[in-house]
Design a protein around this ligand. Sequence first.
Ligand code: HEM
Ligand SMILES: Cc1cc2nc3c(=O)[nH]c(=O)nc-3n(C[C@H](O)[C@H](O)[C@H](O)COP(=O)(O)O)c2cc1C
Length: 477
Amino acid sequence: MAERKITLEELSQHVKDTDTWMAINGTVWDITGFAGIHPGGPDIIQEYSGRDASEPYNSVHSLKLAENNFEASQRIGILDAEFVADKPRMENTRNPRLENDLPQIDEIINLDDLEAAAEKCLNKRSWAYFSGASNDSFTKADNADFYRKIFLRPRVARAVQDIDTKTKILDDVYDVPIFNAPASLMMLAHPDAEMALAKGFAASGSTIIIPTLSSFSTEEIIEALPAGHPFYFQLYVNPNKAALKKMVDSLCKLRPKAIIVTADLPVFSKREANERYEKRIAKQKRASEPRETTAEKQGGQARSAGVSIDPNLCWSNIKQLKERTGIPVFVKGIQCAEDALQAWKIGCKGIYISNHGGRAADTAQPTILTLAEIRLHYPFILEEMEVFIDGGVRRGSDVLKAICLGAKGVCLGRPFFYALMYGEEGVRYTMQLLKDELETAMQLCGITSLSEAHTGLLNTRELYRDVESPQSLSSKL
Ligand code: HEM
Ligand SMILES: Cc1cc2nc3c(=O)[nH]c(=O)nc-3n(C[C@H](O)[C@H](O)[C@H](O)COP(=O)(O)O)c2cc1C
C-alpha cells in the first residue's frame, strides 16, 4: 500500500506534547514523548517538532538510527516536500576550515600536531565538546602529566631488531595493544564516525570499543568490521528498565567480546567549555530572534546525558548483567584499588581504569596512579583480570609504561576524534604513528615483545610517592 503523503502544512499542526510529529529524511514519524528521552536533550527535539529535522539529525546521526529506534507503528507517512537527505551537514557543523586548512596528513608527526590541527580546523562547538573536561580540567592535565613522572630504565645490547607488539585479551590476539576509548557524537568530527573508526582499527590489527551513544547503530558498525572480527561494547546503563532490556537483549545476539559498563558518570559533570559556547550562541540567538527565550537552556549537551545514564547504578546491577548475559563484563571508570577489588569480587572479567578523560570528577587522581595503586595493594588483580586503561596517553612510550605496570589494553579518546578529521585514513595513520613510537620505545628499552615488559624497565619512585598508602587504604575499604 502506498504510504500516506504529508505536507509541511499538515506536519506543522502536530506540535503539542501529546501529539508530536517530525520529518526525518523524507519520513514523517510520530515522536510524541521522545523529547523527554532523547539522549541529546529535549531542546533540539522541541525546536524541530512539527518540522523537517533532517539537517540537525543528519549532522550527528546515521540515516538508519531513526528506523532502528522508532517502532513501525510510529511511522505516519512520507513528506510531500523537497527531500533533503542530500544536505547532510547542518550549518554549525559545516566547516570550511576543515575543508581548506587541514594540514596534509603526513605533516602530522605526533599526537600533539593532531591536536593542534583540530584546534585550528574544527568548528568551535566541536572543539569545545571534544577538548573540554570538568570544572578546572585538573584531572585531564594530570592524566597526561603523570606519565612524565615515570622514567624509563633502558637495558642495552639486547638484539632488538625484530619486534612484536601483540597483546592477548580474553583469548584474542591483537597486533597492537591500542584501542579507542569509547566516546559519543563522533559524527561531529567526520560523517563516517564509528564506521571509519571500526575499519581503521581492524585494519591496524586492533578493534573498536563501540559506544552506547554512537552516531551509527551497533549493527552498522559491526558490518564495517571484517566478518567475525572481535569487538567490545561500552554500555551506559539506561535508567529505563525496558529500554535497557531491549538494548541488552539485542546486544547479546551480536556477541561482543565483553560488555564494558561505564560507571564513573552517575551524574553530569560541569563542562565549562561547553557551557560557555552554549551561552554565547544563546546570546547571539536572543539578539537575532528577540522573542525566543533561551535563558533557561543551560549547559546543552553536557547536561543532557541523564536520560540515558542511570544515577542509581550499583554493583548488584553489574553482577546481574554479568549473570543474565553470560558475556564477560568489564567496569569502566575504576579510579581506586578498592573498586578494582570490588569488580574482581563480583566476578567481572576485566577492569577499565579511567576517569572519563577528566570529564567526571575533577581532581580525581590520574589513571596511571590508579594502576600503580592497584599494583601495590592488589597485584593479583593484574594477573587475574584483563586491564584496560585510558586518560592522557599520547605517546608510544606512555603505552609501554602502562603495559609495564600491568595493563593489557591502552585506550585513547580525544586523539581519535582528531584523527577522524581525516576519516578512516586518519585512524590508520594515528595507529601507525603510535605503533612506530611503541616499537621504538621497546627497542630502546631492550625488549622485543610486550611479554617482556616489566616494572624493572621503569623508575616509578616519583609516581609511587603519590600512591595512597596501605594503612589509609585499609581504613577506607
Ligand atoms: C532516533 C532516535 C534518536 C536517538 C537514539 C538519538 C540519540 C542521540 C545521542 C546518543 C546523542 C548524543 C548525546 C550525548 O553525547 O550525550 C544525540 C545528540 C543529538 N541528537 Fe539525537 N537521537 C535520536 C533522534 C534525533 C532526532 C530526531 C534529532 C533531530 C533533531 C536529533 C538531533 C540530535 C542533535 C542535534 C544532537 C546533538 C546535541 C548537542 O550537540 O547538543 N536526534 N542523539
Ligand atoms: C568527547 C568525549 C566523549 C566521551 N564519551 C564517552 C562515552 O560516551 N562513554 C564513555 O564511557 N566514555 C566517554 N568518554 C570518555 C572516554 O572513553 C575516555 O575515558 C577519555 O576520553 C580518555 O581520555 P583521553 O581523551 O585523554 O584519551 C568521552 C570522552 C570524550 C573526550
